[in-house]
Write a protein that binds this ligand. Structure first.
Ligand code: SAH
Ligand code: SF4
Ligand code: F3S
Length: 453
């Protein structure tokens, strides 16, 4: 039996899909690279912006045809699903399953096959030995062994859910309340990854600063423990809420040599009235003070953010407050989102009175500021020699990432003017290893450089 997973949404969902693959492979499913060759399609859903139903309705037509050709064909939906979409999905899919119970997927599929006639035709599903089933039992979503997509970078979830209830956001409704994963489990997973050659560990949570598995442990403590694991690797994390960032955390990042110099801190709006309506629990002044503290303690830090334009009632003046704070902070990257009301959230009851055209105009306006700032920040790298994690090498170039999450394109030995100089050094660059790269050029979205000895 072959499976294909279609993932929507943030890194959390991409990480969860690696765990879904882990569960399925343990149950002897094989990965299919093509959707139309799979017997099982798993949709890992995101509901944060668009309507989840309209997002996948195009696919549904296709799946009906697959079903006609393949009687064993099944569709499953999981991930972040709004309670109000559940009934609809229940009718459209063979199975709807909570991501926190994803370890039960093979068992639930078996039950589903027992219900239908097609199942009897499928011995690989019905005749599994009880002993094997026992060995393969997974009891908790976090303890599932993931099938990582990369051999270099691994996402490691440290918590799930959110208690913040920002007025526009579905996450507390789709993922439930915060649940922190045990320190031992996280440390074991990271140790194994490092042993297997992983160079970049990205810790994931909707709000990693709320990580609190017990009275004695918090996020800075966890960072220190991971930093103490021997090996040559980087630690990154996503995402932090401005109301919870502490000086202790910033100092920990600065002191832990494996923690890299990048922080994603979602601003959402630069206007205090809008921030209050969003239930963000901080002011623009607090945000600016945080940025000042971060830049003082961590040198050469890259700061990225999320912004929502066109929140209900956002006036031109309020929008300009966001533009102003963007100019002041000079973010390295900004993910700009046009507001859309999501069913069940508090802001869905507010009047969505900024037109889509106006939202688009505001988005474009912020993108121009972003491009200018990002270019200026990247130009600071020119002439510097920095560590780059090599991710890909092709005929002409190598590609990698800096500690600060910037993409680097590296001139390779095929360049005529560099043949002699670089052919000596070609062995210095290997996929999955760090290399010292001298930055020669920069644009808003990345850097260019060459290898040095
Ligand atoms: N926990 C993260 C955010 C996760 S959701 C944090 O607080 O940093 C990712 C992003 O989607 C949010 O930061 C926000 O900018 C955007 N978003 C969430 N709900 C939205 C909505 N209803 N309309 C538009 N953008 C939204
Ligand atoms: Fe959503 Fe706010 Fe939680 Fe982020 S902190 S997931 S924006 S409710
Ligand atoms: Fe979407 Fe869920 Fe992430 S709603 S943004 S996939 S946490």
């Amino acid at each position: 039996m072959k499976y294909f997973i279609r993932t929507y949404g943030c890194q959390m969902n991409h990480s969860d899909s690696e765990r879904i693959a882990g569960v399925l492979e343990l149950a002897n499913y094989e990965k299919s690279t093509k959707e139309d060759e799979a017997d099982l399609i798993v949709i890992n859903m995101c509901s944060v912006r668009e309507s989840a139903v309209s997002r996948i309705s195009g696919n549904f037509h296709k799946y009906k045809n697959y079903k006609k050709k393949n009687p064993n064909f099944k569709t499953v939906i999981t991930g972040c699903i709004l309670p109000s979409d559940k009934d609809r999905f229940d009718k459209l899919f063979d199975l709807i399953i909570d991501i926190k119970e994803i370890e039960k997927l093979p068992e639930r599929l078996k039950k589903d096959y027992f219900k239908s006639d097609s199942k009897v035709q499928n011995p690989s599903i019905t005749q599994e030995s009880p002993a094997k089933a026992e060995n393969n039992t997974i009891n908790d979503y976090f303890s599932i062994n993931p099938q990582h997509n990369s051999k270099i970078t691994a996402y490691v979830p440290i918590m799930t859910g959110c208690n913040n209830f920002c007025s526009y956001c579905v996450v507390p409704y789709t993922r439930g309340r915060e649940k922190s994963r045990s320190v031992d489990e996280i440390l074991n997973e990271v140790r194994n990854l490092v042993k297997n050659g992983y160079r970049e560990i990205i810790l994931l949570g909707q709000n990693v600063n709320s990580y609190k598995p017990n009275e004695n442990t918090d996020f800075p403590k966890l960072l220190q423990l991971i930093n103490d694991i021997p090996g040559d690797f980087w630690i990154k994390f996503l995402t932090s809420h401005p109301k919870d960032i502490s000086e202790e955390l910033i100092k920990t990042i600065a002191q832990c040599e494996k923690c890299t110099e990048c922080i994603h801190l979602a601003l959402q709006s630069g206007d205090n009235e809008i921030l209050e309506k969003m239930n963000r629990k901080y002011t623009s002044e607090h945000f600016l003070a945080l940025i000042k503290m971060i830049r003082k303690i961590i040198s050469d830090v890259a700061i990225t953010t999320d912004i929502i334009v066109g929140f209900p009632g956002e006036t031109e003046e309020q929008f300009q407050n966001t533009a102003e704070i963007m100019k002041k902070v000079k973010f390295d990257m900004v993910y700009i989102n046009k507001y859309s009301p999501r069913s069940g959230t508090v802001s869905a009851k507010m009047n969505d009175d900024v037109s889509w055209e106006e939202k688009k105009k505001r988005e474009d306006f912020l993108n121009i500021i972003l491009e200018k700032n990002a270019l200026e920040n990247n130009q600071e790298y020119i002439g510097k020699t920095i560590d780059v994690l090599i991710e890909k090498i092709d005929k002409d170039y190598a590609y990698g990432k800096t500690r600060s999450f910037k993409n680097v394109k590296i001139f390779h030995f095929c360049h005529p003017e560099l043949v002699e100089e670089i052919s000596k050094k070609k062995d210095a660059m290997k996929i999955g290893e760090f290399a010292k790269i001298k930055i020669t050029q920069a644009n808003a979205w990345g850097l260019e450089g060459k290898i040095i000895e």
